[in-house]
Every structure is written in structure tokens, then in C-alpha cells.
Write a protein that binds this ligand. Structure first.
Ligand code: ZN
Length: 246
């Protein structure tokens, strides 16, 4: 069994110089990697990457909560999602860390609600960003009937992580688990059935560029934290990833 990177951004510029090699390393070590679009243009790029590398790359289409200049594109993004039927809608969500202004937060919430509504209508999983707005994000999601929810890069409290997992949501554990005590605590408090691996590449790797195969390091760390075997972490998290992304 191989691990899955449930959330990365391979379409980002940071991979322009060696994207093919990065994807080749995914082929050698992973079951698959899911690249998430963040606006109209990056959604298009994510689709192209999946087209060209359908054996190993899957794509999500969304509208990122920090892309405030693109909020007006929400109807076009919805059309794009309807036209391409991605395996999941993401990256979407709320971000109160970058967006502080009340008016912008309300717009962000409207965009999120629009895309949650679409996920319910199309019966698609969602991949959700929730930085510094974890509680509110979970509350909004609960208003909709959505088949699978991945709380990507979850940085809330351990107790909210447990509550969300009891509601059937899955917690994305990024490579932050290698160095963040808070993420390590969240992992301690959850069971393997509640988590998936992700890198959020190119971000979150001790200051240097991250890439999908680094989920293997996370799996080792999680095995350590939980006192189980590496293979157990990979088997369980891959099973969860396949349940979400098929
Ligand atoms: Zn992301």
C-alpha cells in the first residue's frame, strides 16, 4: 500500500522549473496526489495537470478564501465545476487570519456558502481551508448535506478536531506534524480512521519547498506519535483518502 497526498498545489509557479520530476517522484512513491485549484486560472492548470498525468494526479476545483480579488468570479467557478465535474470541490473555505475586514469576511462567507450549496447539489466532497475560523467553518458546513468533508491543514484545537471527526469529517494532517506541537497533539487525540495525509505543497516544509512525496515522512512521524507501524498509518490513511476521492 502506498500513501496519498490529499492536498497540494502542483500548478503553482514554484514547480515551474521541475514539475515533471516532482510528478515522476509521485509516480514512484505514492498511490496518487490531489492538486487543488484556487481560482479560475489555477483550476484550469490543475485540470491540465490531471489530463496529462491521469495515472497519478487528481484535481479539485475551487475558489480560495484568501483570493479576495477573485470573489467576483464565483459564478464562473461554479460553471467551471459543473462543466468539469471534479472529484471534489476545493480549495474553498474561510480564512480569518489573512482577511480581517468585516465586509471582506462577509463576501468570503457568501462565496463559501455558494460553493457548499453546489457541493450539496452535485453530491461532491469538499476540501476546506479554515485558518483562524475553524469553529465557524464547521458550523457552516453542517448546514449542508455533503457526502465527505476534508478539513485540510487543520490548525484548530484538539477538541474541535474530535468534534468534527465525530460529525464524520476527516482531518487533513500536513507536514506540519514534523515540527508543530499543536498538530502533533491533534494527531494524538484522533484515531487513524479520522485522518488523511497531505502536504499543501509548495508550503509547510520547514521553510523550504514542499512536495507530495514528503507525506512518507509524515507517516513515519505519525507512526511514532501513535506507537503503531508505518504500514498501519499508510494503510488507514490511504483507505480514508480513497473513500473521499474514490
Ligand atoms: Zn492549499
Amino acid at each position: 500500500m502506498r500513501p496519498v497526498d490529499c492536498h497540494c498545489h502542483l500548478e503553482f509557479e514554484k514547480f515551474d522549473s521541475d514539475r515533471e520530476e516532482v510528478i515522476e517522484r509521485c509516480r514512484n512513491e505514492l498511490k496518487f496526489a490531489v492538486t487543488a485549484g484556487t481560482d479560475l486560472e489555477s483550476n484550469r492548470e490543475a485540470l491540465k495537470l490531471e489530463d496529462k498525468n491521469s495515472d497519478i494526479i487528481k484535481s479539485n476545483l475551487g475558489l480560495h478564501p484568501t483570493y479576495e480579488d477573485s470573489f467576483d468570479d464565483v459564478e464562473k467557478v461554479k460553471e467551471q465545476i459543473r462543466a468539469n465535474e471534479p472529484i471534489a470541490i476545493g480549495e474553498i473555505g474561510l480564512d480569518h487570519y489573512h482577511i480581517k475586514e468585516g465586509v471582506k469576511r462577509r463576501e468570503q462567507e457568501e462565496v463559501f456558502n455558494e460553493l457548499l450549496k453546489l457541493a450539496e447539489e452535485l453530491s461532491k466532497p469538499v476540501v476546506v481551508h479554515s485558518r483562524d475560523a475553524e469553529q465557524k467553518t464547521v458550523e457552516l458546513i453542517e448546514r449542508y448535506d455533503i457526502p465527505e468533508v476534508l478539513l485540510h491543514c487543520f490548525n484548530g484545537s484538539s477538541s474541535l478536531a474530535r468534534t468534527a471527526s465525530q460529525k464524520g469529517m476527516t482531518i487533513g494532517v500536513t507536514t506540519q506534524v514534523l515540527y508543530s506541537k499543536r498538530v502533533q497533539k491533534v494527531v494524538e487525540s484522533l484515531e487513524l480512521k479520522d485522518i488523511v495525509l497531505e502536504t499543501d505543497s509548495p508550503f509547510l516544509y520547514r521553510g523550504s519547498r514542499n512536495e507530495p512525496v514528503n507525506v512518507t515522512e509524515s507517516a513515519e512521524k505519525i507512526a511514532n506519535i501513535k506507537g503503531v507501524k508505518y504500514e498501519d498509518v499508510v494503510r488507514e490513511t490511504t483507505k480514508n483518502a480513497e473513500r473521499i476521492f474514490g
